[in-house]
Design a protein around this ligand. Structure first.
Ligand code: GMT
Length: 384
């Protein structure tokens, strides 16, 4: 395949969609494509000294009249500028709101100058299942999905949800989340494990952005049940709006000595390396990238059976699935997984499954998507 110049629009710092966009961009750059990130802040973990990686900052001009500065307009203007300056072949926008509609606007502006830029929109989850379907955004989300040249979702379930909640008339291609197995692998961190579990306790872990959708109170209740049966500790990694409420819950349940909050962490693979089981009881989860990261580090997963999670976590093989909110079932399954006779097999299975999502398999799928977008959209638009 010929190399391309690809514009990537994403949320640079928060959430799985930004991680997927950044890691995909890096993998594409390593494969010889020229990648131009267009965002309001440099994406975390983006090494701009690497070959083929560029960052274009969206400057948001404020004005006393604006209660909310119009980011979408500044983004669309930046996309127009970068497409023209660099000669991009394709624009890939991650997360529909507001990136897909900003891309539509940029595309229309460029059309008036005889340039037709193909737009690929990747839907990640809450842009469809939570925020997107709210009536305050739904008409714009529907329109901008339909106007994209190619649309992808990160799971078959999210594809179904998109058709269910929006009048979308486009084909949707499923391209799952992926993992870099060089980075996410079980490392020897015995000293770290000893510091957290000094008496050989089992370690339960949860990593997230501490939003309501993650149901972290269920994580705490599962742990509370598990520790009635076996010595255990809980590690909560990440930060967000729910954190203080969860700290209070731990206090009221008298768990504070056995639960560690360690905030946001860059080297997440290091703590995953010492964990025995990963808990993801989410209300909704389009794919569950954090669970995939755990599996790559040989950590089995106890999750809800919502959204795309059954497409990743195989019930009874890589962990277990339960109905949302069924804390008792999740606690029972956690104890099954933690059984010393079972744990090594679950660990092995989790790693084997994670290998199916190796970036080496997924990157070419996105290259096909870009190729399709270029073929779908005529190279030069008719001047209006
Ligand atoms: O929920 C998050 O952690 C953030 C959110 C986002 O949109 O940034 O993640 C979504 O996208 C990830 C990457 O595609 C998926 O792995 C997550 O499952 C999905 N989150 C939800 O659906 C709640």
């Amino acid at each position: 395949m010929n190399t391309m110049k690809i514009g990537v629009v994403c949320y640079p710092t928060f959430g799985g969609s930004g991680v997927v966009a950044t890691e995909l961009g890096k993998a594409m750059a390593a494969a010889g494509h020229e990648i131009h990130f267009i965002t309001y802040e440099q994406p975390a973990r983006l090494d701009l000294l690497s070959e083929n990686l560029y960052y274009h900052k969206v400057n948001i001009r404020n004005y006393p009249l604006f209660q909310y500065a119009p980011y979408e307009l500044a983004l669309a203007s930046k996309m127009v500028e970068v497409v023209k300056k660099v000669g991009l072949d394709v624009l890939h926008v991650h997360y529909a709101i507001p990136h897909a509609s900003a891309a539509y606007m940029a595309k229309q502006i460029l059309k008036t100058e005889g340039i037709n830029i193909p737009v690929v929109t990747t839907l990640h989850g809450t842009d469809i299942t939570l925020v997107g379907k709210d009536e305050s955004y739904a008409p714009v989300v529907t329109f901008s999905i339909n106007q994209s040249d190619v649309v992808t979702t990160v799971s078959a379930n999210l594809k179904e949800d998109t058709y269910k909640h929006f009048a979308v008339n486009k084909d949707i291609i499923v391209v799952p989340n992926f993992i870099d197995l060089q980075r996410f692998q079980r490392q020897k961190k015995e000293h770290f494990k000893k510091a957290i579990c000094p008496n050989g306790e089992k370690l339960l872990i949860h990593t997230s952005n501490f939003r309501k959708v993650k149901r972290i109170e269920d994580v705490v209740h599962i742990f509370n049940e598990v520790r009635q049966h076996i010595p255990a500790k809980l590690l909560l990694v990440g930060d967000g709006p729910e954190r203080s409420g969860i700290e209070e819950l731990c206090l009221s349940l008298n768990l504070i000595d056995d639960v560690r909050f360690i905030g946001k962490l860059e080297a997440i693979e290091e703590v995953l390396s010492i964990a025995d089981v990963f808990l993801m009881p989410s209300e909704t989860e389009s794919f569950g990238l954090a669970a995939l990261e755990a599996m790559a580090c040989e950590v089995p997963v106890i999750s809800s059976n919502t959204g795309g999670l059954p497409e990743l976590n195989v019930h009874g093989v890589t962990g277990f699935l339960s109905n949302v909110g069924d804390v008792a079932d999740m606690a029972k399954n956690t104890l099954l997984v933690l059984d010393d006779n079972q744990l090594p097999t679950f660990r092995e299975n989790a790693l084997k499954r994670a290998k199916e999502f190796d970036i080496a398999f997924i990157r070419p799928l996105y290259e096909e998507v870009y190729q399709k977008a270029v073929e779908t959209a005529p190279q030069t638009a008719v001047m209006l």
